[in-house]
Write a protein that binds this ligand. Structure first.
Ligand code: SF4
Ligand code: SF4
Length: 189
């Protein structure tokens, strides 16, 4: 059957990897009883190849590769609706985040545009203490080869004062930089 998933006992490596992902996320997939409330409330579930409940099920079954290879982890908007609604207290949003980090570590990125956006967004916050929209837009478009994407929106947004040409820097940006350095020391990206 096409797209069928073969169930085999999880290897020790997969079990160890799941334990690490759960530790990073600060939650446990074994708590989930598959009610589907997370999928029902997710605002972007319609665009996902596997709904949040299914991603959790992959993890429960030791199918880590299937979870890491799912577009859903890149489509997740980190809104935390699922985590707030889960009757079992599973922090699904945090798991999605941990899966993204693991996929980045392993170079398994199904949606490169989202990964480029993530990186450009975080670089802006690291350097200026807050997001720099114009820089984010230009970096993203340049690195993804979509040079004129959303170009027609730039001028109207600029005229309405919604898009600054130069970055705004916050006072505490040195402290923000230290947070990034600390995360990198701890093995984050
Ligand atoms: S809402 Fe919680 S218990 Fe229900 S399927 Fe999602 S993770 Fe599992
Ligand atoms: S955090 Fe992600 S998976 Fe959860 S509801 Fe929001 S978009 Fe959906």
């Amino acid at each position: 059957m096409e797209n069928a998933i073969r169930l085999v006992p999880a290897s020790k490596e997969d079990k160890d990897l799941l334990a690490r992902i759960e530790k990073e996320a600060g939650t446990s997939v074994s708590l989930c009883y598959q009610c589907g409330k997370c999928s029902a409330g997710c605002p972007v579930a319609f665009a996902m190849d596997n709904k949040p409940r299914q991603v959790i099920r992959f993890l429960q079954l030791g199918l880590i590769e299937a979870a890491l290879g799912s577009d859903s982890i890149w489509i997740c908007a980190s809104c935390e609706t699922c985590s707030a609604r889960c009757p079992r207290g599973v922090d699904i949003a945090s798991l999605m985040d941990a899966l993204r980090r693991e996929a980045l570590r392993q170079g398994k990125i199904t949606d490169k545009k989202v990964a480029v956006f993530n990186k450009a967004f975080l670089n802006g916050v690291k350097n200026f203490g807050r997001t720099y929209e114009a820089g984010l837009l230009l970096t993203h478009n340049f690195l993804t080869g979509q040079f004129f994407k959303d170009a027609e929106l730039g001028l109207p947004m600029f005229k309405r004062g919604k898009l600054g040409l130069l970055p705004e820097k916050i006072k505490g940006r040195e402290e923000v930089k230290k947070i990034f350095e600390r995360v990198e020391e701890m093995g984050g990206e």
